[in-house]
Design a protein around this ligand. Sequence first.
Ligand code: HPA
Length: 257
Amino acid sequence: MAHDTPVNTTLIGIIGGTGLTELEGLEITGEQVIETPWGMPSAPLVSGKLGGVPVVFLARHGNPHRYPPHQVNYRANIWALKHAGATAIVGVNAVGGIHAAMGPAQIVIPDQLIDYTWGRGHTFFESVVDAELEHVTHIDFTHPYTETLRSALKAAAQDERVSCVDFGVYAATQGPRLETAAEVARMERDGCHLIGMTGMPEAALAAELEIDYACLALVVNWAAGKSDHIITMDEIQAAIDEGMSGVRAMLARFIAS
Ligand code: HPA
């Protein structure tokens, strides 16, 4: 008797940030240079299989790293992933920690965000020829991250025995400079737990195109004023070296599941 084969309609897109310009273990099947109505994405999209499961990868800052956070073409990136068939995206972000549980090398799956960025191309609802979006939609953004993706990431962390904090308000800042201690204190009063420069407008743009989205954050330093020393690139690199293996393990398990 013939059985209908279930069709897997989910294609995961991974946007790699600082420290993750390539997906280790990815069996590459192709690269696509996609020109979008919003310009060129940061890099060609790399399609492949991880543990036999199709996935599409994009280096947010380019490969090699060339676009600082305020110059990333977030619209082109999200648009290209959509047109490559991605139905869900995990954005990997290096962040500074504010909350006591979010020290260097800690992995966090935030559940909320506050946007402090400005002047970035932050919406698809602008008139651009061929953009295919005719009407402005005021998207609901109450919950900026997709809960099913967050749960799957959390399960992947448990399976891999990777320590992971599963809450957090992500403060998206403009960069590229780091913050003053007073700015961090203000963000803490606002209820923020971690700070990064690339979480927005990425999350909102994914929502505008109805793509599920979650953030996988790796803390790479204590936020300004949260430790007794100033922030150095050496410290950041050390935390990336320590924490990125956990991020990779989580992503591999997440995709496999
Ligand atoms: N602030 C903002 N963005 C960051 C930080 C930080 O301390 N660390 C890594 N990205």
